[in-house]
Design a protein around this ligand. Structure first.
Ligand code: SF4
Ligand code: SF4
Length: 322
């Protein structure tokens, strides 16, 4: 089975709603709001949405791990009728997504969106975290990193300059705080704005074995594999590591950027790797560039140009219908 489209609609975590699950009042407020404003009735299954070309996915972020926000987002966007919620391949995050979906369904008996987890086969912008030592930051820095972060993932406060000495600098006072790791989704905006070049990034690759166990859960429906598309070996290694869990899925998505002339042959090679294990739908998520729609100008134009180029190809990779 194959279903493919050139892009997925996404709603960024910047537009967040905060609901306090600990207090019944938070949920009661949502219930009352739904009664007042209503929600559109959802008649379309996620598969039907894919076939109709109007599939909507909430992207929590492959690295975003703030479980409270993720749970709240999942509640709100399930009520809004999204077809899929994409999140980090992490047990706590997956639990948070499902708690949000369950809470939404308790409010209204809606159909469940699919839960998709994101993994990578190589270094990828989606899988990295910023870090710096706040005690190394000059106290007169105007903290542009904090202002530019779209996820409120940087929090800095000056320690009392007269009563505390910084251990590292032996200078009076220092910043405390820094990057809130679970909120950082690796967008990289903070790096170029630091006037003192203090911010580093750490990239990571999700473990196939852990991901495979998550995919076997009955509350996980789909996987998104982020790949550079430039080398088949790491893709094959990851796929082989996931292969025995693919049969539990409804959808296996592959996300790759435009790599020019090699794009189509790379997609064909990847499909050959996947085909023996594919008993679910497959989806190509073709961004013009990684983190498209988030970083940098012109990302949408690049994505559309990419789609048009692929649409013009006669010998298309399996499952590419535009
Ligand atoms: S990379 Fe920097 S700007 Fe982006 S989310 Fe992380 S801390 Fe914030
Ligand atoms: S901009 Fe750089 S030096 Fe200034 S507070 Fe942020 S990380 Fe520290």
């Amino acid at each position: 089975m194959a279903l493919s489209f050139t892009c997925s609609a996404s709603i960024s975590t910047q537009h967040q709603a905060r609901v306090n699950f600990k207090s019944n009042k938070g949920l009661e407020d949502v219930r009352n709001l739904i009664k007042t404003v209503g929600v559109p009735s959802i008649t379309c299954s996620p598969v039907k949405s894919l076939q109709n070309g109007n599939w909507v996915k909430l992207i929590c972020g492959a690295s975003f791990e703030d479980v409270v926000d993720i749970r709240n987002l999942s509640l709100v966007y399930t009520l809004a009728g999204v077809d899929c919620i994409d999140c980090a391949a992490d047990v706590s995050v997956v639990n948070a997504v499902n708690e949000g979906i369950d809470a939404a369904i308790e409010i209204l008996p809606l159909r469940r969106p699919w839960v998709m987890i994101s993994v990578n086969d190589d270094e990828d912008l989606h899988f990295r975290k910023a870090e710096f030592d706040p005690e190394d930051c000059p106290l007169d820095c105007s903290k542009p990193c904090e202002r530019v972060c779209p996820a409120d993932a940087i929090s800095l406060e000056a320690q009392n300059s007269t009563t505390q000495l910084s251990f590292h600098t032996n200078a009076p006072g220092a910043f405390k705080g820094g990057v809130l790791t679970e909120r950082c989704y690796g967008c990289g905006r903070c790096i170029p704005v630091c006037p003192y070049d203090k911010i580093r990034v750490t990239s990571y690759i999700r473990e196939a074995a852990t991901t495979s166990e998550l995919l076997k859960r009955n509350d996980v429906d789909a996987v998104e594999i982020h790949t550079t598309g430039r080398q088949i070996a790491p893709f094959k290694e990851l796929w082989d590591g996931l292969a025995d869990s693919i049969k539990y899925l409804r959808l296996a998505a592959v996300s790759l950027p435009d790599i020019g002339e090699a794009t189509v042959s790379s997609m064909k090679d990847m499909y050959s790797v996947m085909e023996p294990d594919l008993c679910c739908f497959n989806l190509w998520q073709l961004d013009g560039r990684p983190m498209s729609g988030d970083i940098g100008r012109g990302a949408t134009r690049e994505s559309i140009a990419f789609a048009l180029r692929l649409a013009a190809i006669k010998d298309r990779p399996h499952g590419l219908y535009i």
